[in-house]
Design a binder for this molecule. Structure first.
Ligand code: NAD
Length: 353
């Protein structure tokens, strides 16, 4: 019996989580779900969107699967998703992107994996509000060090990229490439401009690449990488990226395979793993039984592999793949008229044979 923390999330989260849970349970796998609430809806009750007992549950169970959680833009509480990654030191964000038959897309041969660093960079949460005492002090410090700013009425976000943080993510990317029989790792950076942060990322990526002679190593500047991915995605295999570029490129790559409704993901650390789709809470579709549950169901495939249930994972993957390829019981984004729960039912029928 596996005990897994399940965080349904908000927006479309609860309905896709329910679909995923039913699909996984239909395989007969022995999972006990430890259901935990996080996000805006529980702020009133606990005064925080991420109560300690949610974190404690993941710490105890080691594995969690979550639906998306809304983050207020600009003000309000910080992202629960970012907080989880930081608290549990989930330094890897793994986002496989692959084409499936039946998904309308401009490309049909995509098979990429994005390995995104998850704890550093502009997402480290080191921010100073415009006009605050700390921001004024920091600007004073910068001035004293000849780092002048054109305008002083600035909010400031700091971008730390460390040798240690880069080493562990790049090593993960190469080990993953080796384990999964992949051929090439491309490091993505902007070291020509950010010499002391992205510069480290590039240097360490090259150094570690030399230790894996069986895997091809290359690097690309992020803007060129965007163009290359749109023009010749088939040339790429595993992409290892600092946090911000990894986030942006994974949405770009989701677009290559037919949208966010299809993109699974995992956040992995030394001791814990939290599985979640790439997409957000799509509030405008919440409660309508309309959105595509595939991203979360394919996310559960990653989770099942992680807990050693490879055969069950294959069953869920194959059933989802077949339902999508047939195109009869699929959601609006895949050109069908099925609801979230009907698509899940069709996947369950396949699993049960
Ligand atoms: P979003 O991913 O929620 O939605 C963007 C659009 O993508 C939707 O309007 C919809 O057209 C499409 N889409 C997304 N998921 C889909 C699905 N399963 N099926 C079909 N179509 C789907 O992005 P957003 O609107 O930028 O973000 C909404 C909220 O989600 C924000 O508060 C954001 O912070 C949050 N968010 C959370 C996570 C997370 O929990 N890990 C990730 C990204 C965004």
């Amino acid at each position: 019996m596996h005990t897994i923390t399940m965080i349904p999330g908000d927006g479309i989260g609860p309905e896709i989580s329910e679909a995923m849970r039913r699909v996984v349970e239909s395989t007969g796998v022995k999972i006990e779900w430890d259901i935990q609430e996080a996000g805006a809806d529980i702020m009133d009750k606990y005064g925080t969107p991420l109560p300690d007992h949610v974190l404690d549950s993941i710490k105890k169970n080691k594995v969690a699967i979550k639906g998306p959680i809304t983050t207020p833009v600009g003000s309000g509480f910080r992202s629960v998703n970012v907080a989880l990654r930081k608290e549990l030191d989930l330094y890897v964000n793994l986002r496989p992107v692959y084409s499936l038959n039946g998904v309308k897309s401009r490309y049909d041969n995509i098979d990429l994996v994005i390995v995104r660093e998850n704890t550093e960079d502009l997402y480290a949460g080191i921010e100073f509000e415009e006009g605050s005492k700390d921001a004024i002090e920091l600007i004073g410090f910068l001035k004293a060090h000849e780092a002048r700013m054109r305008f002083e009425d600035a909010g400031i976000s700091i971008k730390p990229i460390s040798i240690s943080g880069t080493e562990r993510i790049v090593r993960f990317a190469y080990d993953y490439a080796r384990r999964e029989g992949r051929k090439k790792v491309t490091a993505v950076h902007k070291a020509n401009i950010m010499k002391h942060s992205d510069g480290i990322f590039l240097r360490i990526s090259r150094e570690i690449g030399e230790k894996y002679p069986d895997i091809e190593t290359e690097d690309r500047i992020v803007d060129n990488m965007c163009m290359q991915l749109v023009q010749k995605p088939e040339l790429y295999d595993v992409l290892v990226c600092p946090n911000l570029y990894g986030d942006i490129l994974s949405d770009l790559c989701s677009g290559l395979i037919g949208g966010l409704g299809m993109a699974p993901g995992a956040n992995i650390g030394e001791d814990h793993a939290v599985f979640e789709p790439v997409h957000g809470s799509a509030p405008k579709y919440a409660g309508q039984n309309k959105v595509n549950p595939s991203a979360l169901i394919l996310t559960s495939v990653l989770m099942l592999k992680h807990i050693g249930e490879r055969e069950i994972a294959d069953k869920v993957f194959n059933a989802t793949r077949d339902v999508i390829a047939e195109g009869k019981h699929v959601t609006y984004d895949l050109g069908g008229s099925a609801g979230t729960s009907q698509m899940a039912d069709a996947i369950i029928d396949k699993i049960k044979g």
